[in-house]
Design a protein around this ligand. Structure first.
Ligand code: AMP
Length: 445
C-alpha cells in the first residue's frame, strides 16, 4: 500500500480514449473558426440548426448505409432501458435531412440553407488528428438539385477558409453519377477488379463485390496501381449527370476556385450522388503530402431512403480540430476577443472596499469599460502583480480611506504615477484618458 496521495493518484479518473479537453489557450482559435463560419453563413443566407446528439440508429443504417465503414465499424450505438436503439451521431447530413422532413421544411421557400457547428462521434482507432469526439462546421442546402448549388457551397467553403486566412488549400472534385448511370458502371468496375483479383490486397479482394470503390481509397501501392487503370465513373456518366458536372466545373472556373479533377474521391458513404469533393491542403512532411480539411457532395437519394420522398440535397463539412492545427501551423494569430482586451485593473483593499469594488465593476461594464479584477486577492502588491502581467494601462485602487473620501486612486501602470480622482468623476475621467476609448476593438475577419 502506498501513501494516501499515491493511492489517489493511481485511482484518479482520466478522460476516455480518443477524446480531448479544449482548454482556454485554444479558445481564440475556436472562436476564429466559429466566427468565420457564422459570418460566411450570414453572407450566403444559411441559418443555424442544432439537431440532437443522439438519433435512432435506423437513421444512419438507412441514410448512411449499413455496409459503410462508418456504420459497420465506427458508430457508438446503444440500447436504452426502454429498449430503443440509439446512436451518437457520427455525421451531420442524415440528421439535418431528418429534421428537414420531420419539421415540414418542404413547405418553406426552397432551397433551405442550414449550417451547424457541432460535435460528432466515431469509434475510430485514435491517432494523430483522428478523435472519437470531434467537431465539424457543416453547410447543407436542401430542396434544390441544380449544379449552381454545388458551386455555391464550394464558394462558401472557400470563403470560410479565406476568412480564417488559410492558404494552400485545393478542392479535389469528382462525380459519382446517379441511379441511372452508376449501377452499370459499378458492374464494369466489379468485373475489372475480379479480373485483377490476384493483384489486390486481401481487404480489397474481400470488398470488391460489396464495395468496389474501396480500391480507390486503399493505401497499398499494388491496389493504387490497379485503381489507376480501372474504369472511371466520369467516362460512364449519363447525359444529365454529365451536364451537371460540366456546368459545375465551368462555374468553379468562373469564380476562380482552385480545384483538381480527382477520380479517386469516392467518399465512403452510400448517400452521395453526382458531385463529391474534398478540401486538401499541401502540408510539408505529411505522408501523403496532402491532408483533408473537409469534404462533401450531393445526396439526391438520401431523403427517399429516409421515407421523405424526392428531396435533393448538397453539403460539406470541415473538421474544426484539423482547421485549428493548420491555423497554428501557418502561424495565424486569432484576433483576441474584445472583452478579453482590458485596459483597466480594479484593485481593492479591505472588506468594505471589496464590496464597493464589486458594484463598481458592474458600473464600469455598463459604461462599456471592461475592467479586470482579482477579488480573491487581499494584498495590494499581489493584485498589482496580476495587473502587470495582464499588461493593462491603468489600475484603479480603492481602499478604506478612498471609500471614506469618495475618491479612488488611478495608477499609471507604465510610469507608476498615482493620482486621486473623485469617484463621481471617475467614468468621465476614464473615458477621457482611454480615448479613443475603443482602441482595442475586435478586429473583424
Ligand atoms: P468526412 O465527412 O468523414 O470526410 O469528415 C469531414 C472532415 O471532418 C474531415 O475531412 C476531417 O477534417 C474531419 N474529421 C472526420 N473524422 C474525424 C475524426 N475522427 N477526428 C477528427 N476530425 C475528423
Amino acid at each position: 500500500m502506498g501513501t494516501y496521495e499515491e493511492q489517489s493518484m493511481s485511482s484518479s479518473i482520466e478522460k476516455a480514449k480518443g477524446v480531448k479537453d479544449i482548454l482556454p489557450p485554444d479558445e481564440p482559435y475556436w472562436e476564429l473558426v466559429e466566427e468565420a463560419a457564422k459570418k460566411t453563413a450570414r453572407d450566403f443566407d444559411f441559418f443555424r440548426i442544432s439537431t440532437p446528439i443522439f438519433e435512432k440508429t435506423d437513421l444512419f443504417l438507412r441514410g448512411v448505409g449499413k455496409r459503410t465503414d462508418l456504420v459497420a465499424k465506427e458508430m457508438y450505438s446503444f440500447k436504452t432501458k426502454g429498449d430503443d436503439a440509439l446512436t451518437l451521431r457520427p455525421e451531420g447530413t442524415a440528421p439535418v435531412m431528418r429534421a428537414y422532413i420531420e419539421n415540414g421544411m418542404k413547405s418553406l421557400a426552397q432551397p433551405v440553407k442550414l449550417f451547424y457547428i457541432e460535435p460528432f462521434f466515431r469509434h475510430e482507432r485514435p491517432q494523430h488528428l483522428r478523435q472519437r469526439q470531434f467537431y465539424q462546421v457543416g453547410f447543407e442546402t436542401l430542396g434544390f438539385g441544380s449544379s449552381v448549388i454545388d458551386a455555391e457551397l464550394i464558394q462558401a467553403a472557400t470563403h470560410i477558409l479565406r476568412r480564417i486566412g488559410l492558404e494552400g488549400f485545393e478542392f479535389q472534385v469528382n462525380t459519382l453519377g446517379d441511379a441511372s448511370c452508376r449501377p452499370s458502371y459499378m458492374k464494369k468496375l466489379q468485373e475489372y477488379l475480379k479480373d485483377n483479383k490476384k493483384s489486390l490486397c486481401l481487404d480489397c479482394q474481400e470488398s470488391m463485390v460489396r464495395r468496389p470503390f474501396n480500391v480507390f481509397e486503399c493505401q497499398e501501392e499494388k491496389c493504387a496501381r490497379i485503381a489507376r487503370m480501372a474504369p472511371k465513373m466520369i467516362d460512364e456518366l449519363c447525359e444529365p449527370c454529365h451536364s451537371h458536372f460540366r456546368e459545375l466545373l465551368e462555374m468553379l472556373d468562373e469564380i476562380e476556385v482552385p480545384y483538381t479533377l480527382n477520380p479517386f474521391i469516392v467518399r465512403g458513404l452510400d448517400y452521395y450522388t453526382r458531385t463529391v469533393f474534398e478540401i486538401w491542403l499541401s502540408v510539408e512532411g505529411e505522408p501523403s503530402g496532402m491532408r483533408a480539411l473537409g469534404g462533401g457532395g450531393r445526396y439526391d437519394g438520401l431523403a427517399a431512403e429516409l421515407g421523405g420522398g424526392e428531396i435533393p440535397g448538397s453539403g460539406f463539412a470541415l473538421g474544426v480540430e484539423r482547421l485549428i492545427r493548420v491555423i497554428k501551423n501557418q502561424g495565424l494569430v486569432p484576433p483576441q476577443h474584445k472583452e478579453r482586451e482590458k485596459s483597466i485593473f480594479l484593485a481593492q483593499l479591505g472588506f468594505a472596499a471589496r464590496k464597493r469594488s464589486l458594484k463598481l465593476f458592474s458600473e464600469l461594464m455598463r459604461e462599456g469599460i471592461h475592467a479586470s479584477a482579482a477579488f480573491s486577492r487581499e494584498s495590494l502588491s499581489s493584485q498589482l502583480r496580476i495587473a502587470d502581467k495582464l499588461g493593462v494601462e491603468y489600475a484603479l485602487i480603492l481602499g478604506e480611506k478612498e471609500l471614506f473620501d469618495k475618491s479612488i486612486i488611478l495608477r499609471n501602470m507604465k510610469t507608476g504615477n498615482q493620482e486621486i480622482l473623485e469617484m463621481r468623476n471617475l467614468i468621465a475621467e476614464l473615458k477621457n484618458r482611454l480615448s479613443p476609448f475603443s482602441t482595442k476593438l475586435f478586429r473583424p475577419i
